[in-house]
Every structure is written in C-alpha cells, then in structure tokens.
Write a protein that binds this ligand. Structure first.
Ligand code: ATP
Length: 203
C-alpha cells in the first residue's frame, strides 16, 4: 500500500551524513521516518518479533529488564549467515509495516524515509525518489572514526558489509555531495527541498 504523501528515500553508507541531511529537512518541517528506529520499535517487549527471537536463541538474548540484548544478537548473526537470514526474514516485513504506518501519518507535503539499507531491501519500493548522500570512502572513514571512537578496522568491516559506493550511486535519482562543509550540504538541501515542494506541494 503506497503512503499518501510522496516519499523521498535518503540513504548512504555509514558516516556519509544521512542524519545531517534528515535533521536539516526535519527542521524545515518535513516528516522523517527512520528505518533504524522502526527496526527498534518492532523489537520492543510485547511485540511478536521479540518473542520469536527469544524462542530461537533462548532467553540469554534478553537483558534483565526484558529488552533485546542487541549486542548479543549482533554477535550471533554476524557469525552465522543462516541465522542472519532467519532474522532478516522475520524482521524485514515487520520493519516495512512499521515504516508504512509512520509514513502514513506524515503531515508534510512530502515525507523522508531514511535508511542505510534502502537499496538493499524492499524499502526502496516505498519511495517515489531516491537520494544518495555521497562522500569518498576516506571521508566516510574519517568522520565515522571521529564520531564513534571506533578503530579503523571496525569501520572498514562495516563499510565492506555495505553496498559499494558505485552500486549505491547507481541506485540514486539524486546525489547529494557531502564532501564539503555543512553549509555546502545545507545549500544543496535548500535547493532540493524547494524543488520537491514545487513538485509535490500542489499535486
Ligand atoms: P550512520 O550511517 O553511521 O548513522 P550517517 O550517515 O547518519 O551515519 P552522520 O551521523 O550524519 O552520518 O554524519 C557522520 C559524522 O560526520 C557525524 O559526526 C556528523 O556530525 C559529521 N558530518 C556530517 N556531515 C558533515 C560535514 N559536511 N562536515 C563535517 N562533518 C560532517
């Protein structure tokens, strides 16, 4: 079921600047739905996905307060592709449902769906347009390490598990270059926002 409002998907690799983009668009009054947040919501206690995960992996996967132990689950699925596939088959449809629910409540002329896995999942099918936030791998590495205090190996491993830059760019309707300053980013977003309002405000 398509959302009522046009949906602009925003994606990019780790540390590319998705949050910098969506924070700015949100400040302009645009509803932003975050796929990472949706993936947490569906794993809240009382939701069926968490029960299914506890049944498969045992109660050790839960923290004492009943919340999911994300680090423990990550360890299991990173070590075993079959478990990872099982988890994805469980969660992807539920995340999609939660995202559609949130997009359906959008009140702005268009809504933004921000997701690191937009192009790899059916989430792209929810979008009328796909915006890729692009930086070089060197910039990605530097900004992520500065932000997360991760070492280079950790960040490189995450980058290797994500789509390659060229593949991501091949999926873009529009590329936002975030290699410059935040001011340079914001001026590209002002222009994009104006274009989208022109296109979508008076259908
Ligand atoms: P993730 O996929 O890990 O959630 P992200 O794509 O949301 O990352 P951001 O968190 O927006 O990326 O940006 C990564 C880091 O780089 C942040 O610390 C952010 O403040 C910084 N940053 C983003 N854009 C710029 C810029 N143009 N100039 C300088 N720093 C930037």
């Amino acid at each position: 079921m398509p959302a009522d409002k046009p949906v602009v998907g925003v994606t990019g690799g780790i540390g590319s600047g998705k949050t910098a983009v969506t924070d700015y668009l949100q400040a302009l009054g645009i509803t932003v739905v975050d796929a990472d947040l949706a993936s947490r919501v569906i794993m809240e206690p009382g939701r069926p996905a968490l029960d299914a995960v506890a049944e498969r992996f045992g109660n050790d996967i839960l923290l004492p307060d009943g919340q999911l132990d994300r680090a423990a689950l990550r360890r299991i699925v990173f070590a075993d592709p079959e478990q990872r596939r099982w988890l994805e088959q469980l969660t992807h449809p539920l995340i999609g449902e939660e995202i559609r629910h949130q997009l359906g409540a959008a009140a702005s002329p268009y809504a933004v769906l921000s997701s690191p896995l937009l192009l790899e999942t059916g989430q792209k099918d929810l979008c009328d347009m796909i915006v890729v936030v692009d930086v070089s791998e060197a910039v990605q590495l530097e900004r992520t390490m500065r932000r997360d205090d991760n070492n280079e190996d950790q960040v490189r491993r995450i980058m290797a598990a994500q789509l390659a830059r060229e593949q991501r760019l091949a999926g873009a309707d529009r590329v936002i270059d975030n290699s410059g300053s935040l001011e340079a980013l914001h001026s590209q977003l002002d222009q994009l926002h104006a274009e989208l309002l022109e296109r979508y405000a008076n259908p």
